[in-house]
Design a protein. Structure first.
Length: 261
C-alpha cells in the first residue's frame, strides 16, 4: 500500500499540517474543504451526531480528494475503534483521557498483536478488501495510522511525559477548551501557558507529533510557530455560519443604505 496515512504524512512533512473539524454529514462539504486546500479533516463524533456511516462517507470522499481523515470517537470506551480502523481511517483521536491506564488501554486497542489488542480484518477497506497482502495490511496499520489521545485536564497534561512513553502512541492532542474549563483559568494565564510548555516539551522529547485546535488563521500560524505539528482550524459549521452571516449582513446594510440614500 503506497498511500500515506496521517502518521506517515506527519513523519514526512516539513511543516505543520492544517485541518478542520467536520460536523455536517455531507460529502459535498468534504469535497469543498478538500478544494479549499486543507491537509486533513477530523470527523467529530464527540460533539456532533455523526454516525459511523456518515464518518465512512466522509472518509471515502476526503481520501479520494487527497485529504487525510482522523476520527475523534465519541468517548474513551473503545467501542468504535476496531470498526473505524478497518474502515481505513488515517488516524483516531480518543477524547477525555485522564489517566495513564486509560491512555495505555486506548493505544492497545488500536495496535496489532503482539504489542496490542487490535484484531486483524484485512478483507475490510483498510486492506483494500483483501487486495493487499496480509503483511502490508499489518504494516500500514502499524506505521501509517495515527493513534492519538486527547489530554485536557491539569493533572493529565502535567503528566504528559509519562503518557507519551506509551508504546504505540504516535499522536497527542491538547484540548485547550476543556483545560481552561476544568481549571477555571483563561488560556492566557501563566499556569495554563506553563502546562502548554510542559506538554510540547514532552511531545518533542518523545518524538510524538502534538496537535491542538484553534479558531482563526492567526492562531493557527502561532500554534505552528510554537511547535504543534497538526492544527485544526475552525469547523465546517462555523465556516458556513461565518460566511452566511457576513453575506446577509452586507445585504441588509446595503439595503438600508439604498433606502436612506
Amino acid at each position: 500500500m503506497t498511500r500515506l496515512g496521517f502518521a506517515g504524512r506527519l513523519a514526512e512533512a516539513d511543516r505543520c499540517l492544517f485541518g478542520t473539524w467536520v460536523k455536517i454529514p455531507s460529502m459535498e462539504t468534504v469535497e469543498i474543504l478538500a478544494d479549499a486546500g486543507f491537509d486533513y479533516i477530523v470527523v467529530d463524533q464527540e460533539h456532533s451526531p455523526l454516525t459511523m456511516e456518515a464518518a465512512y462517507r466522509a472518509m471515502v470522499a476526503a481520501q479520494g480528494n487527497g485529504m487525510s481523515v482522523i476520527v475523534r470517537v465519541p468517548d474513551r470506551s473503545g467501542g468504535y475503534l476496531q470498526r473505524l480502523l478497518d474502515m481505513g481511517v488515517d488516524g483516531v483521536l480518543v477524547p477525555r483521557v485522564i489517566s495513564l491506564d486509560q491512555a495505555r488501554d486506548a493505544v492497545r486497542q488500536m495496535t496489532f498483536s503482539p504489542r496490542g489488542d487490535r484484531g486483524a480484518g484485512y478483507t475490510a477497506r483498510a486492506g483494500r478488501w483483501g487486495a493487499v497482502s496480509f503483511a502490508d495490511y499489518i504494516a500500514w496499520g502499524d506505521t501509517q495510522v495515527m493513534r492519538a489521545v486527547q489530554l485536557e485536564d491539569r493533572e493529565t497534561v502535567a503528566a504528559a511525559d509519562e503518557i507519551l512513553s506509551i508504546d504505540g502512541l504516535n499522536g497527542v492532542f491538547l484540548g485547550m477548551g476543556d483545560l481552561t474549563l476544568s481549571t477555571g483559568l483563561p488560556a492566557s494565564d501563566p499556569e495554563i501557558q506553563g502546562l502548554v510548555d510542559t506538554f510540547l516539551e514532552a511531545a518533542n522529547a518523545h518524538g510524538v507529533p502534538a496537535g491542538t485546535a484553534v479558531q482563526t488563521s492567526s492562531e493557527a500560524l502561532a500554534a505552528a510557530e510554537r511547535g504543534y505539528r497538526f492544527v485544526m482550524v475552525s469547523n465546517d459549521t462555523s465556516l458556513m455560519r461565518t460566511a452566511a452571516s457576513s453575506l446577509v449582513k452586507e445585504i441588509h446594510e446595503g439595503a438600508l443604505d439604498a433606502v436612506h440614500s
